[in-house]
Design a binder for this molecule. Structure first.
Ligand code: ATP
Length: 258
């Protein structure tokens, strides 16, 4: 009998509190291998906190995180060597050029220099950053930062890639580039998990969706199951209980009142 491979990501009962605030209240997140997975939820739902705990950046108060069957918090070095992360806020080494940043990342990952040089050159070309490769990262625009951050996260060819709001502040041309690279990456069987508020994009790209609300996963599964005949935006509004008439309050707003 062939043993089933573990999921790319599995969490059980993940909890994080900040003082009296429960940011993540027992999250059971599942992402099958090879998925292009979207993590969606209203502001403050706990997406960033969950991703931070999954990627070994923030220690959970309770619960279990496994990536490809390996316990992240018991074996962090092994797991971190096989994942790529584009975190929120994207803190980068600002005084390095884009090219130096990739070379440094490659060295940190223990990849032979000649291999890093080749991979960095290819990534810079695909990300359309060749002309800016010698510019300091501090002088990069928001979209350029996302692209060099994604290049750095891909350099060691991870099994699973985690991206927190990768398309935020990115122009349509750069967004297309990011999408092309990510689709090429998942088509070879690797897994992407990304958080986003852009429902159209999640609907277009993802085959798996997890919906969070108030610190919990309220729905997850294949995109079509979550949509259930609706647009993803409609499904999202139904699931997070955010449908209102929008007519209450703000009666003073607009030109008809004084
Ligand atoms: N370091 C922190 N200290 C205190 N509270 C925090 C901290 N980080 C997050 N929180 C709180 O935890 C909750 C979840 O925040 P989180 O950033 O995970 O949500 P999110 O779903 O990523 O939101 P958004 O879509 O707005 O980015 C929020 O109420 C937030 O105020």
């Amino acid at each position: 009998m062939v043993e089933a491979k573990p999921e790319a990501v599995r969490t059980q009962g993940l909890v994080k509190r900040f003082g009296a605030q429960v940011a993540v209240a027992g999250v059971d997140l599942v992402v099958p291998r090879g998925s292009f997975a979207g993590l969606v939820g209203p502001n403050g739902a706990g997406k960033t906190t969950t991703l931070s705990m999954i990627t070994g950046l923030l220690r959970p108060d309770a619960g279990l995180v496994e990536i490809n069957g390996h316990n992240v918090w018991r074996d962090p070095v092994k797991v971190k060597s096989r994942i790529g992360v584009l975190p929120e806020g994207l803190r980068l080494f600002e005084r390095l050029s884009g090219r130096e940043l990739l070379m440094y990342n490659g060295e940190l990952r223990g990849i032979p220099r000649a291999e890093v040089e080749q991979r960095a050159a290819e990534l810079l070309r695909v990300m359309d950053l060749v002309d800016s490769q010698d510019k300091l990262v501090v002088d990069y625009s928001t979209g350029m930062r996302k692209k060099i951050g994604l290049a750095a996260a891909l350099l060691h060819n991870p099994d699973v890639l985690f991206l927190d709001e990768p398309f935020e502040g990115v122009d349509p041309v750069s967004a297309n580039t990011l999408v092309d690279v990510l689709q090429r990456y998942t088509s070879s069987g690797s897994t992407v998990v990304f958080s986003s508020h852009v429902m159209d994009l999640v609907e277009r790209l993802c085959d798996w969706v997890s919906v969070m609300s108030r610190g919990s996963v309220v729905a997850q599964g294949p995109l079509d199951v979550i949509r259930n005949g609706r647009t993803l935006n409609e499904a999202f509004l139904d699931l997070v209980g955010a449908r209102g008439t929008g007519e209450e309050g703000l009666s003073w707003l607009g030109s008809s009142s004084v």
